[in-house]
Design a protein around this ligand. Structure first.
Ligand code: 2PG
Ligand code: MG
Length: 434
């Protein structure tokens, strides 16, 4: 422990149980500094998780379906607090290294990634607060980048499926990206119109089954492709031009229905290999204005990923989520083997801010795209919006355009835009489709 007396010295660490958007317990952390500033953050939780993600520590047993986090909190309020008090919150790396050393595993299995990410993000908030800056500004100033930051281009879910909607359809996310929007405000406004239009169409056809975990419509389609078709109709009904103003983006989340190069689309009662899955997906890419496909193959199917990328048109963004798990080495490997050209960046997959930043930096180094992303289990925490702006990530994925754990993040972007005096997005040429 390196005791020092600066205003950014950690003087108190407190963990508490709070509840996420699925009504499950999660970890909130407060970090207080000698100068009086406090930082607070809450761990999100995934449902379609990559097997190489940081492990969430859950109690198991009968309470709250086994999702409780009392063990993780014992760590936060016990040994972790002891290790962090006296350290300098301005040295994020040192804080994260202390967490890693105390955990001692490669996947945070001892302390829990849910504990470490809440603490790591809370430390970042505390340091920014002590510096008297909003987090995005604090990060931007640290990054030494020239120019002024811009807002990330939103990727917003309209239909939810897979593990987020009782597997009513196999594909997990049917999303839109306002590829033609002039700024962040317009991107949100267009998406709001598309969401409303999609709701009307679903209602008229009697296809509404409920709300998926990320707030999108949980549809009763007979086939996965119906969702893409309906999305085009919704964009048109909203008075917008598919492919020009608003485009489609998919998260196949193929690890949820595939293993070892074999895939099963339960909705359509179809078994296929990676070649057949690629052919089906690329057929959709040809027929619909799809600009981005995430996890088209399962996490263990590198060959399938590479073959898909080779056959895909150049304008297609191919995103690795379960495949890369916000890990710098995996990002570099994914770039080398040509499997992906974009990485999903989820802080709790890595488990600390430093490791998340290393994965993000690896996307820069390898000229890959990066999408900072929420999880399907979320809260009022808005850290990811600040990471996206402050680090200069070009895209942000938060789930749908309903429910406060999602809207709080889209709305935070509007406040950042106000502070910046501009809602400008990255130039269109910054994207594969641009
Ligand atoms: C994903 C995320 C968000 P989850 O797969 O990209 O949609 O889902 O948080 O359940 O992993
Ligand atoms: Mg995903």
């Amino acid at each position: 422990m390196t005791a020092n007396n600066t205003s950014t010295t950690i003087t108190a660490v407190k963990g508490r149980r709070v509840w996420d958007s699925r009504g499950r317990p999660t970890v909130e952390a407060d970090i207080t500094l000698a100068g009086g500033a406090m930082g607070r953050a809450i761990a999100p939780a995934g449902a379609s998780r990559g097997s190489n993600e940081a492990i969430d520590l859950r109690d198991g047993g009968p309470r709250f379906g086994g999702w409780d986090v009392t063990d993780a909190l014992k760590g936060v309020n016990g040994p972790i607090a002891k290790a962090l008090i006296g350290l300098d919150a301005a040295d994020q790396n040192a804080i994260d290294q202390a967490l890693l050393a105390l955990d001692g595993t490669s996947n945070k299995a001892n302390l829990g990634g849910n504990a470490t990410i809440a603490l790591s993000m809370a430390t970042l908030h505390a340091a920014a607060a002590q510096a008297g800056k909003p987090l995005w500004q604090h990060l931007w100033d640290q990054g030494g980048q020239s120019g002024t930051p811009v807002l990330p281009l939103p990727e917003i879910q309209i239909f939810g499926g897979g593990a987020h909607a009782g597997r009513r359809i196999d594909v997990q996310d049917f999303m839109v990206i306002a590829t033609g929007a002039d700024d962040y405000e317009q991107a949100l406004a267009w998406t709001a119109e598309v969401y409303l239009a999609a709701g009307k169409i679903m209602d008229e056809r009697g296809l509404l089954q409920g709300v998926a975990d990320e707030g999108g419509f949980w549809p009763a389609f007979d086939a996965n492709e119906d969702a893409a078709e309906t999305l085009v109709q919704a964009i048109e009904k909203a008075g917008l031009k598919p492919g020009e103003q608003v485009s489609i983006s998919l998260d196949i989340a193929a690890s949820e229905f595939g293993k070892g190069g074999r895939y099963r689309l339960a909705r359509e009662d179809r078994d296929m290999d990676s070649g057949e899955l690629a052919e089906m997906l690329l057929g959709w890419v040809g027929r619909y204005p799809i600009v981005s496909v995430e996890d088209p193959m399962s996490e263990d199917d590198a060959e399938g990923f590479i073959a898909f990328a080779q056959a895909a048109p150049k304008h297609l963004q191919i995103v690795g989520d379960d495949y890369l798990v916000t890990n710098a080495d995996r990002v570099r490997a994914g770039s080398r083997d040509g499997a992906v050209n974009c990485a999903l960046i989820k802080p709790n997959q890595a488990g600390t801010i430093s490791e998340t930043k290393a994965a993000f930096d690896a996307t820069r180094e390898t000229d890959m795209g990066a999408i900072v992303s929420a999880r399907s289990g979320e809260t009022e925490d808005v850290t990811i919006v600040h990471l996206a702006v402050g680090w200069g990530a070009k895209q942000l994925k938060v789930g749908s355009f309903t429910r406060s754990e999602r809207m709080v993040k889209w709305n935070e972007g509007l406040r950042v835009a106000d502070a910046l005096g501009s809602a400008a997005l990255p130039p269109k040429s910054a994207f594969p489709w641009g």
